[in-house]
Write a protein that binds this ligand. Structure first.
Ligand SMILES: Cc1cc2nc3c(=O)[nH]c(=O)nc-3n(C[C@H](O)[C@H](O)[C@H](O)COP(=O)(O)O)c2cc1C
Ligand code: SF4
Ligand code: SF4
Length: 275
């Protein structure tokens, strides 16, 4: 194994942070560095139009995405399904907002296997909930220092497992929680849940970070609700705090999550057994 590639979707960047930290431990264990480590952040719709070259036995690939309604975001699942691999170990990570990850890690494992990857380890980490704000701080400041320490250890332990494994094809199948048929996921389309205030300076950053081309720059940077995936990247990226969550069902959901999912959950980590 000579190369590490990170392939991820991460509108509000918690998945990105976790994957980068896992990679630090993995790269140290496998003694891979510099230009042999590359990242494909397919959050932007333009990157999702590209087709990646097939991965092979020289590659180790980290696949990562947030959990949306207990599943992978549909855009992330669709991109992962286009990957092809042969004799390539995959490290699977989902990041969720301290409610549950339900079937998301199983879905990622099933997609990775169907693409030809050999899943060798999997993890569910906690990230600040996309719906969180200072008033409604659901899983605020996760991943924290302890999460990141565990992420780095997860990476180095996966590297050690890969070094011990003589024949990847004989590795015992990775087991992760989840049920098939999976629970219903979410498609595109959101309630009108964002207001743009007079503080907007027309800088355009929100439209740049939107993974769904759901912001109308010609119309006061209003949200095109039919295309919105509720990711809240635009709210978090606005430098003027001019995009605010309106009162309504999404804010009510955030309040409910803050009340019912307030006990911090620990990361969960799974390994296949070396042969
Ligand atoms: C539409 C939507 C649905 C979500 N569903 C869940 C969920 O089912 N369980 C959960 O714990 N967190 C859920 N979250 C929270 C995200 O999984 C969490 O905030 C994650 O850290 C976001 O990753 P990112 O920063 O890489 O975008 C949801 C977030 C959004 C936007
Ligand atoms: S990021 Fe904020 S300030 Fe910039 S255009 Fe969007 S709403 Fe306006
Ligand atoms: S408009 Fe919707 S999809 Fe686009 S960044 Fe904002 S919340 Fe996410």
């Amino acid at each position: 194994m000579k190369k590490i590639t990170l392939v991820y979707f991460s509108p509000t960047k918690t998945t990105e942070t976790v994957l980068n930290t896992i990679t630090r431990g993995l790269a140290r264990s496998l003694e891979i560095s510099g230009s042999e480590i590359t990242a494909v952040n397919f959050t932007s719709p333009e990157i999702r139009e590209t087709v990646l070259a097939p991965f092979d036995g020289n590659d180790t690939v980290l696949l990562g995405a947030p959990v949306y309604a207990g599943r992978l975001p549909a855009d992330a699942a669709d991109f992962f399904k286009k990957l092809t691999a042969s004799n390539t170990p995959a490290i699977l990570t989902v990041v969720y907002g301290n409610r549950e990850y339900d079937d998301a890690l199983l879905e990622l494992k099933d997609i990775a296997s169907a693409c030809g990857f050999i899943p060798v380890s999997g993890a569910a980490f906690i990230g600040e909930h996309s719906f969180a704000s200072t008033d409604i701080p659901v899983a605020m400041n996760r991943p924290d220092e302890n999460d990141l320490k565990q992420a780095e250890d997860f990476g180095s332990n996966t590297g050690n497992l890969l070094k011990e494994t003589k024949d990847l094809k004989k590795i015992a199948a990775l087991k992760v929680p989840g049920d098939f048929p999976y629970k219903d996921g979410m498609g595109k389309g959101a309630p009108d849940f964002i207001e743009v205030t007079d503080a907007c300076t027309n800088c355009g950053i929100c439209a740049t970070v939107c993974p769904s081309k759901a912001i109308d720059a010609e119309n006061g940077f209003a949200t095109i609700t039919a295309d919105c995936i509720l990711c809240c990247a635009c709210i978090k990226a606005c430098p003027e705090q001019a995009r605010l969550m309106k009162n309504g069902p999404i804010k009510d959901k955030a309040k409910w999550l803050n009340e019912t999912c307030s006990t911090p959950k620990p990361p969960q980590i799974f390994f296949a057994t070396a042969s």
